[in-house]
Write a protein that binds this ligand. Structure first.
Ligand SMILES: [Zn+2]
Length: 308
């Protein structure tokens, strides 16, 4: 859907927190990025309405939330901050998002500008709760009583979400996963007949490809271990990463930075109905995931004008 361009002031939101508007030139990078925080306008809400989410409303950040978002933006890796400075029009928050909708990166018309819009309640979620809720939607009860739960060592959902969405903008602005035969998807994704991309055959046949994220039905809860044992032998950091090449890169980058730069260990467990541990997994230690990290570090280490 084409986004309508509209003009709106961000002065009000910034004034709440007593933050001066940054000057147009010479502003420190962090202030320049904070200036993109804006309450979503009608064009953004239109994206949600077009997706059938008619109850979505703009959310105005409290001063404390504004400070939280500014800090999260300032802590993004340098390549992410750089690309957002160039390509982010607005970062906004909405409430009333039903189901699993959490964050949306939308292109502004035919420009290379993007808007990131995030479900406001994610501001108050831990990464562990966020991932647990998202993952449990993949499974259906089968009498086994088994369930999956994440632990993320105090990490917050917002940092992860901004990393994931900013990686999409980095990817789109530089066409990282778009190019046929690109290094990021090597041996994982391959061209399919009609200009599309599909999983390599050995991955397409794996239980990792049999989730809702790839259009399959719910997974019986008792098959959680079979599914995650296959994930542990795959190049994917999460089942969501199997959805598309761009999601694969965004997931890998977000998990890597949360783990490596922020020092949070992300793990998950499968337990039986009585809470007894059946299996535990630490995706950043999966051999297939570790093999991909040098490529990500290369991307993260690229020097730029404001690298710090
Ligand atoms: Zn995504």
């Amino acid at each position: 859907m084409r986004t309508l361009i509209f003009v709106r002031t961000i002065g009000a939101a910034l004034a709440i927190a007593g933050v001066a508007l940054p000057p147009a030139h010479g502003a420190p990078p962090t202030a320049a990025l904070a200036s993109r925080i804006a309450t979503p306008g009608p064009d953004i809400l239109g994206h949600f309405e077009a997706a059938g989410m008619r109850s979505v409303r703009p959310y105005v950040l409290t001063p404390a939330e504004l400070a939280q978002v500014e800090t999260a933006l300032a802590e993004l890796p340098a390549p992410h901050r750089r690309v957002l400075q160039t390509n982010l029009r607005h970062l906004g928050f909405v409430e009333g998002v039903p189901g699993q909708g959490t964050a949306l990166t939308s292109k502004v018309g035919d420009t290379m500008q993007f808007d990131i819009t995030v479900r406001a309640s994610a501001l108050r979620e831990s990464l562990a709760d966020f991932l647990t809720t998202k993952e449990r939607r993949l499974f259906e009860a089968d009498g086994s009583g088994q369930s999956v739960s994440f632990e993320a060592d105090g990490a917050d959902a917002l940092t992860y979400l901004l990393l994931h969405e900013a990686t999409h903008i980095l990817d789109m602005s530089r066409q990282l996963t778009d190019k046929p035969g690109n290094a990021y998807g090597s041996g994982i994704w391959q061209a399919s007949g009609n200009d599309g991309v599909t999983l390599a055959p050995h991955l397409a046949a794996s239980p990792v490809a049999a989730s809702r994220f790839r259009g399959a039905g719910p997974i019986p809860a008792g098959r959680a271990r079979v599914t995650y044992d296959a994930l542990a032998n795959s190049p994917f950091v999460s089942l969501y990463a199997t959805a598309a090449p761009a999601e694969d890169l965004a997931e890998l980058m977000a998990w890597h930075v949360v783990s490596q730069h922020h020092g949070h260990k992300i793990r998950f467990t499968v337990r039986d109905a009585g809470g007894a541990l059946l299996a535990h997994y630490e995706p950043m230690q999966f051999p297939g995931v570790r093999a991909r990290l040098p490529l990500l570090d290369k991307l993260l280490d690229e020097a730029g004008p404001d690298a710090s």
